[in-house]
Design a binder for this molecule. Sequence first.
Ligand SMILES: [Zn+2]
Length: 56
Amino acid sequence: MDECPRCQGSLERLSLGEASTVACSNCGYADIPVEHDRPRDEPESWRDALNRFYQR
Ligand SMILES: [Zn+2]
């Protein structure tokens, strides 16, 4: 999974310790397996998730 399903751009791979996810910097798409059914409409939602992970 290296292409964004939305814009076919290149996905960034992000590592969160034991978990990892991918995000698109072009359109803001993010796949966050560590969160349960988070809405993906907000471009910044994955950043919020990352911040919460680091601040726990
Ligand atoms: Zn994209």
